[in-house]
Design a protein around this ligand. Sequence first.
Ligand code: 6R9
Length: 659
Amino acid sequence: MSSEIESVLVENRVFPPFANLVKEAAISGMQAYRDLCAEAERAPDEFWGRLARENLRWHKPFTQVLDESEAPFYRWFGDGELNISANCLDKHLDTPTANKTALIFESDDGKVSKVTYKELHARVCELANGLKALGHSKGERAILYMPMSIEAVVAMQACARLGIIHSVVFGGFSSKSLHERTIDVGATLVITADEQVRGGKTIPLKNAVDEALDAGGCEAVRHVVVYRRTGGQVAWKEGRDLWLHDVCANQPPVCEPVPVNAEHPLFILYTSGSTGRPKGVQHSSAGYLLWSLMTVKWTFDAKDSDVFWCTADVGWVTGHTYITYGPLAAGLTQVVFEGVPTYPNAGRFWEMIQRHKVTVFYTAPTAIRSLTKAAESNPDIHPRRYDLNSLRIIGSVGEPINPEAWMWYYTHVGRERCPVLDTWWQTETGAHMITPLPGVTPLKPGSCTLPLPGISMAVVDEAGEDVEHGKGGFLVAKRPWPAMIRTIWGDPERFKSAYFPPELKGYYLAGDGAQRDQDGYFWIMGRIDDVLNVSGHRLGTMEVESALVSHELVAEAAVVGRPDATTGEAVVAFVVLNRSLPEGDDAVAIAKQLRDWVAKEIGPIAKPKDIRFGENLPKTRSGKIMRRLLRVVAKGEQVTQDVSTLENPGILDQLSQAH
Ligand code: 6R9
């Protein structure tokens, strides 16, 4: 880790903001940025109160901005009422935006369909009316297990319209994950599709829902609403299962939005932590939407003429904030894509930017790295082959972007005329926290640069004291912000201990290590806990370990991350079987069996890239697994550390063999 950080810190190229963007931008120039930061620091309540009054439509105005009496359970705009769907859709109806394209949907096989704001509003209302007719109402929880589609956005917005709390489960997760989340949120409703289509393959969704609900404990689910995407075969449970088109049929295209309290949970989204099961991150309504909208305006410098494309799936927080909520609240036209970046070939993203004249493009470093590799080996799908002149801003999210990938993105996609916005944030932060602004910030490849106005990020030591610039420490937010996580669903104690450890003076602990350079720029060093980041997706080592040990052949397992040129990190598993050590073909076959098992238990993204078998794991005499050593072994490096405290030093050789 530290050698990687040094390599990014010797990075000293600086790219000043482009004059045209400075002129046009919502925040124009460094002085304007500093003024906003100063306003937020001097009078935070006035600053946030002003933004919330100017940018949200309130059913009942708030009188108090921030209530800290139960910190860290902060309340924002706590006596106000509003509706999130009304703020994303209804507010455009009496403006020219009503007839503007809201969503341009492109399917896996390249079919394009579009809806205007007015049409999207009508579709959301029809579904909301349908759900209401089925007896679903405010405060209930719905599990959404959907392909990327207009329907996914409609389903989320329809829930928000009724005050139903949604919990989207990424379509790549297994029925087991779906089962756990359905129980944890106490869902009464599931919205899914028959199948999803990605990269020319169909993947069943409804079947996985059936399996999850049949596994027991999900009896609270009264309805499963199914969007017919492919027409593939599905099993049907009369009374419980309904086609989405039947639920919407004959429903009026108008549905009164249900006002909710500002703090009413808009959604719960599960994410990995360092220990135990994934945490249900609970977000609020008003604070979350405010910051989603403000960051679309400030970071992406939203213009009415923009065609915005965030390539994330709505199963992740990026898809929530930068597809379903922020860009709609801003009245933007956006692209929604069903497929994968490499189908029918690795030029798909560039071709789509050209086809839809995308102006703002937002993707993940892992996609950039894999498309770089593909483009460098096949000139036909190199971005230079496409007309990317429509682009004005390109962004990155999900993991640190290494300077090489940054430069390639900047040069070949942005054509040296679009800023690369390396946005640092998390499921828990709701929206951007540290990011360059197009009309403000000189860029340094590999740095997410500076915090947004109102966001008080710092790097501190174990006692919560600021560390000097140039030294590493914990990344924290010193002050609350409106879009912050409110609690872990059903586990307020875990919320407090995970994010507000007492020794850190009440600061929010992000879980990342960071350092600042002499200009105050932030450089993220990766997670400080046992969370892996594989292709920008968070995975707990514990989750993968518990999946492995639940297999009948496995006695013990330890999982670590290994740096990977394409996926950022790769999962490496060290496994002790409850039988003799396998060799040759036998080892290869068992490794495959275990990989498939993990895919079934969690999802394909959690599959270990390498599995190493041993008769034991390296342990201290007190029985602690030495992960530090396993990380070295996983990289294929020689262990040079002192291993005399190990109970069984010989084990390291055995574990060096990959299968
Ligand atoms: C939005 C999202 C959050 C974790 C975060 C950090 C890593 C995200 C980053 C970044 C360096 C960036 N991360 N963006 N690291 N530079 N620009 O990705 O949320 O899935 O919760 O992941 O991802 O480690 O703590 P989430």
